[in-house]
Design a protein around this ligand. Structure first.
Ligand code: AMP
Ligand code: MG
Length: 520
């Protein structure tokens, strides 16, 4: 049995209109909505860890009432359905009101340990924020969100979670590459779970509209509910806001270092997709770096400008924090305090980045020369088209007394580049081995430490696409295999080598494998 305590709707003003018709919503943080039932829901997969966190056992997950709730066909006792109102900067431009167009919250579940989780259906029908869209989601994007958010959690990256993936038994029409080729695809609903789905854009919209009182209420609510550790500052509102914003900056900084560490590219870092808790949020045209390329973006919409490419993510996160700071400035917060918080972003990001890459390289600490060592490696990985995940994982096997590139052979996509850069790689390995000797760790100590930071398994884009192709044919075997394997990404898992292999040639330029659009 889930227990609910729905503070968001209880403590913040709602929209009096109960209809799902598109509109601008003023003076409210949420609108009541009714999820649109689907024809023939099937539970395709669920996360047992998320279910367990919600005190739901397999039996509870298997009931018809649970399936109906996870499909948006019914509400369980205590649930209340609503969509929240937010805005955002999209691709650098202010976009006005956006809101949960196809996300419907079901309330806040409290588990036996008193932890709070918002449950949110994605794809359960239109809301007042759907504009002209249908409120639905296709199986391919839902499967990608479901699998990837769980994979990120097991990699140790802060993220929203996913409880379930439900096939809707209905089709959804999408024009995947916006080129006039609409296709009816299978539909699905994901139940996402996070302590809070509040985004930067929630604050930005109220500030843009001059709704200052409500903005202050939302800030107070967010601190009280989602940052209880800051509650002690309740009597100093000025200091409380600055401390809270500093915390948001620091969490965002840590998140960026994680994304770079594991080779994740979000793809659409608009401010409406930025979590106030510093979680990875809104899995759309995301991707994983195969051959190392700082300029790579999986998002075809962004291919020309590369605004959201791999290496620019920390810079964009900072830009997004500045937009949030501008919104908070309308409450009279001192510009110095806000600037100091952004400065903390820079400091924490750079510390976390160094810690993350020292760890990846098996170094005990980061010394001034290590930046140059890493830069050289990045240049080499880019020019020689080296697979990032395989390279770092295999690097742990290097014999520092005889640093030969043999152990790294699998990381190369092209033989001719491997040969062309073999002398450079040998030189780099010799320099790296000399650096490792300064630390004096045993090979075993270094290998164990590196293997905890360099995953063997990530959700490579082509693997997700293969799981999708099969699931669309009614075979969820690969989905379940991936869900299982990605629960232990740092373990070797003998017999599972096929799931850590570099991207095959056929997937290099294939839709879904290297090119994704926002159409989902
Ligand atoms: P995204 O690019 O997924 O972050 O979405 C940007 C905005 O478009 C958000 O307000 C979404 O809720 C909305 N949106 C995206 N797809 C749909 C859809 N199929 N139906 C309704 N709203 C949508
Ligand atoms: Mg979004």
């Amino acid at each position: 049995m889930l227990n609910f305590d729905n503070r968001f709707v209880r403590e913040l003003p709602g929209d009096p209109d109960r209809h799902n018709t598109p509109r601008q919503v003023f003076g409210a943080c949420w609108s009541p909505v009714t999820p649109t039932p689907v024809a023939a829901p099937v539970l395709l997969a669920h996360s047992r860890e998320v279910a367990a966190a919600l005190d739901l056992d397999d039996e509870a997950m298997a009931t018809p009432a649970m399936l109906a709730a996870l499909a948006g066909n019914t509400l369980l006792p205590g649930m209340v359905a609503y969509a929240t109102c937010y805005g955002g900067h999209q691709f650098g431009q202010w976009a006005g009101q956006l809101g949960d167009g196809r996300a419907i919250l079901l309330g806040e579940a409290i588990n036996r340990s008193g932890q709070r989780f918002e449950l949110q259906l994605k794809g359960a029908g239109p809301t007042p924020y759907a504009r002209r869209a249908d409120g639905r989601a296709v199986l391919r994007s839902s499967l990608r969100e479901f699998l990837c958010s769980e994979a990120m959690h097991h990699l140790g990256v802060p993220t929203t979670r996913a409880l379930s993936l439900v096939g809707s038994g209905e089709t959804v029409v999408r024009d995947m590459f916006y080129d006039g080729h609409s296709v009816a695809e299978p539909g699905a609903v994901v139940c996402r779970v996070a302590p809070s789905f509040i985004r930067f854009g929630h604050f930005e919209l109220l500030a843009a509209r001059g709704e200052r009182q409500l903005l202050q209420r939302l800030v107070d609510f967010t601190i009280a509910r989602d940052f209880p550790e800051l509650a002690g500052l309740a009597r100093q509102p000025e200091q409380r806001l600055a401390t809270w914003f500093t915390e948001v900056c620091e969490r965002t900084a840590r998140l960026m270092a994680h994304w770079l560490r594991v080779g994740f590219v979000h793809g659409v870092m608009n401010t409406d997709n930025m979590s106030i808790l510093g979680l990875t949020l809104d899995y759309g045209p995301y991707g994983w770096v195969d051959n190392f390329d700082p300029g790579w973006t999986p998002n075809t919409t962004d291919a020309a400008s590369q605004r959201y490419c791999f290496a620019r993510q920390p810079e964009i996160a900072r830009w997004n924090l500045e937009r949030l700071a501008a919104a908070l400035a309308t409450l009279g917060t001192s510009a110095d305090d806000l600037a100091a918080a952004i400065a903390r972003y820079d400091v924490v990001y750079s510390e976390e980045f160094c810690t993350a890459f020292a760890g990846k390289l098996g170094l005990l600490g980061w010394t001034p020369d290590d930046g140059d060592l890493l830069d050289e490696l990045c240049k080499l990985m880019r020019l020689a088209e080296i697979d990032m995940s395989i390279f770092f994982r295999q690097l742990a096997q290097l014999d520092i007394n005889d640093p030969q590139p043999r152990v790294l052979q699998q990381a190369f996509y092209r033989d001719e580049l491997r040969q062309q850069f073999s002398a450079d790689l040998e030189r780099w390995l010799a320099r790296y081995a000399a650096r490792l000797r300064l630390d004096g760790q045993t090979a075993e100590q270094r290998r164990l430490a590196m293997n905890q930071r360099n995953p063997r398994f990530v959700l490579r884009n082509y693997l997700a696409q293969q799981a999708i192709d099969r699931a669309e044919q009614g075979d969820t075997g690969m989905l379940h295999d991936l869900l299982e394997i990605l629960r232990r990404p740092y373990d070797e898992q003998p017999g599972r080598a096929a799931f850590s292999a570099r991207r095959p040639d056929w997937a290099r330029h294939k839709a879904g494998c290297s090119m994704l659009s926002c159409s989902s």
